[in-house]
Design a protein around this ligand. Structure first.
Ligand code: NAP
Length: 282
């Protein structure tokens, strides 16, 4: 059993803790607020908890589960307390700028990103089994210690996640398409609806919104901080995908304007047949 420390007990840190303590690992949780540490203990997300970063001292593997912009500062703050053999991993949604910064701080670092989330944030919505059947990406580089990679890989596999491995830059370009672009598209959809000038039509649209709108607006209606940090840390790849998305939307607009229903049907058929390549049956 690995001795685990989790710094940042929110949705992802709490969900990891629920699974890892269930599987018998000793899990120490470190929160900013004593109340969060107590809550994590009460819900069984950790086996010990507190607010002192020195609590990482006994850990074999540390998961940094803070927001993206606090990951490197957190690593810097815990480094003096860790044994040199300890492995640090993170769960941040962007890897291109975090991985080199972390590698410079701690040689036994392995970048990671469990691809599972919710519209809400915080420990209260943490859930056991959140990562099962979902992709868990590890982003080793030439500098990654193979033994450290193997240890993080084994823990991620124990969550019944679907393991995947790629370079941090490839990760960022891929998640720009399937995670960061959808947040911007989905939030734009909600904001565009709000642009309806007739209050009666707007109210009616809100009344009629059902499962389709629920699906398409879910990621856009999520936590604003996460979307903002994705854009800030993955700006170039996100802008590239937004540009291509705009061109695609323009193409659809041209077909509708020209009443070219055959071409529109073809485009929608192509979308329908391609979707299963992204969304696999459970
Ligand atoms: P969250 O629910 O808001 O949890 C973040 C936790 O970090 C909170 O417990 C928070 O403590 C703590 N924290 C905030 N600022 C901190 C700081 N400066 N120093 C130390 N701790 C701090 O967020 P989350 O969704 O779990 O996201 C955490 C990480 O997972 C992010 O890096 C994100 O990119 C990644 N991720 C998120 C998702 C998703 O869909 N949500 C999916 C995969 C990966 P307080 O409660 O005291 O504020």
């Amino acid at each position: 059993m690995e001795r685990i420390a989790i710094v940042g007990l929110g949705l992802i840190g709490g969900s990891l803790g629920l699974d890892l303590s269930r599987y018998g690992h000793p899990v120490v949780g470190i929160a900013r607020r004593a109340k969060t540490a107590e809550q994590a203990l009460t819900m069984g997300a950790v086996t010990a908890a507190g607010t002192d970063l020195a609590l990482v001292a006994e850990a074999d593997v540390v998961f940094i589960c803070t927001p993206i912009d606090a990951v490197a500062a957190t690593a810097k703050a815990i480094a003096p307390h860790l044994s040199p053999e300890a492995v640090i991993t993170d769960v941040a949604s962007v890897k291109g700028d975090i991985v080199p910064a972390m590698e410079a701080l701690w040689p036994n670092f392995v970048g990671g990103h469990p691809m599972a989330g919710k519209a809400e944030a915080g420990l209260a919505v943490a859930e056991a089994g959140l990562f099962a059947g979902r992709p868990y990406v590890l982003t080793p580089t030439e500098a990654t210690n193979p033994a450290a990679l193997e240890r993080v890989r084994a823990i991620a596999a124990s969550l019944q996640a679907n393991l995947c491995q790629c370079h941090p830059d490839q990760h960022d370009r891929a998640v720009a398409w399937i995670s960061h672009l959808p947040v911007m598209v989905s939030s734009s959809l909600i904001l565009a609806c709000q642009g309806e000038a007739d209050p009666a039509i707007l109210a009616l649209a809100q009344t009629l919104a059902s499962s389709g709108f629920q699906d398409t607006s879910r990621v856009g209606g999520g936590v604003p901080e996460l979307g903002m940090l994705m854009a800030r840390h993955n700006r170039v790849a996100l802008l590239e995908s937004l540009t291509q998305y705009q061109q695609q939307l323009e193409q659809i607009k041209i077909l509708i304007t020209a009443e070219d229903w055959d071409a529109l049907h073809n485009a929608l058929t192509q979308a329908q047949t391609t979707r299963p390549a992204y969304i696999k049956p459970a």
